[in-house]
Design a protein around this ligand. Structure first.
Ligand code: DC
Length: 246
């Protein structure tokens, strides 16, 4: 029992970075703007090590989807906060390695990627009460250890004590090209110019918001993936992790 309590405390130290933890369990924070490749890279890193992958953006998207369906306005902080606290967001390994996302027992994997949700998620995720509720859920998952978390504020707010902090970025045209490819595979056509405008607007909103704005932690390693393959990025981050594990 004492050992369990001890290890719980060590985990809190690890999340908040209050003490150099000697636990051999890792928290990897991967932050960056939309389309930088965070989810693909994080998933592959987690798979390589047999760790959990947590897509925190999917949690903000799930709350946004529920809000749209329940007719809650994206500016109604109280209602959104209650929704974010009450909804149980779960993940399950899906086909092809990408996780399935659940709100309660309902599979919302595809709906949370719709254009409607994408258009509103920045506004919903800027509400303090929503962030508070979701950060708490994210820390509870981080506390289990051996987790790769991707988002905007993992290294700065959610787990400032993470063992490895990566800030992934790429040029707007390249990120737009990647997002268009993803959408094309789902049969959605968007012009390059429109996608560049959407990405620029989202970057602007996410980095200028008051709460937990998108920015690299002071001790994050910045990787510009514009001219890198997925494999090169995964290898580079794995090298950084291996060094940390020694
Ligand atoms: O990574 P994504 O595009 O699925 O994220 C969707 C939105 O959620 C994005 O506009 C910013 C927000 N988000 C956030 O504010 N904090 C996080 N940790 C993750 C995502």
């Amino acid at each position: 029992m004492t050992r369990m309590v001890d290890s719980g405390l060590w985990m809190l130290d690890k999340i908040f970075g209050t003490r150099n933890s000697e636990l051999r369990t890792m928290i990897i924070a991967i932050d960056g703007p939309a389309g930088a490749g965070k989810s693909t890279i994080s998933r592959l890193i987690a798979a390589r090590h047999g760790w959990t992958y947590l897509d925190t953006g999917a949690m903000y998207r799930a709350v946004t989807l529920m809000a749209v369906e329940q007719g809650i306005a994206p500016a109604d902080e109280d209602e959104l906060g209650a929704l974010a606290r009450n909804v149980e967001i779960g993940f399950k390994p899906g086909p092809g390695g990408s996780p399935q996302v659940f709100a309660g027992c309902r599979d919302v994997t595809h709906e949370i990627r719709s254009q409607d949700v994408s258009a509103l998620v920045s506004e919903v995720s800027a509400q303090g009460a929503v962030r508070e509720a979701l950060v708490e859920k994210q820390r509870a998952i981080a506390a289990r250890g051996n987790v790769v978390m991707d988002g905007r504020d993992i290294g700065t707010v959610v787990c400032p004590g993470a063992d490895v902090k990566i800030f992934l970025t790429a040029s707007n045209p390249e990120r737009s090209r990647r997002r268009r490819l993803e959408l094309q595979q789902k049969g959605v056509e968007v012009s390059q110019a429109q996608m560049e405008r959407e990405i620029a607007a989202r970057d602007d909103y996410d980095s200028s918001r008051e709460l937990a704005p998108l920015k690299a932690a002071d001790d994050a390693i910045i990787i510009d993936t514009t001219n890198m393959t997925i494999e090169q990025v995964v290898d580079k981050i794995s090298e950084i992790i291996e060094k940390q594990l020694k």
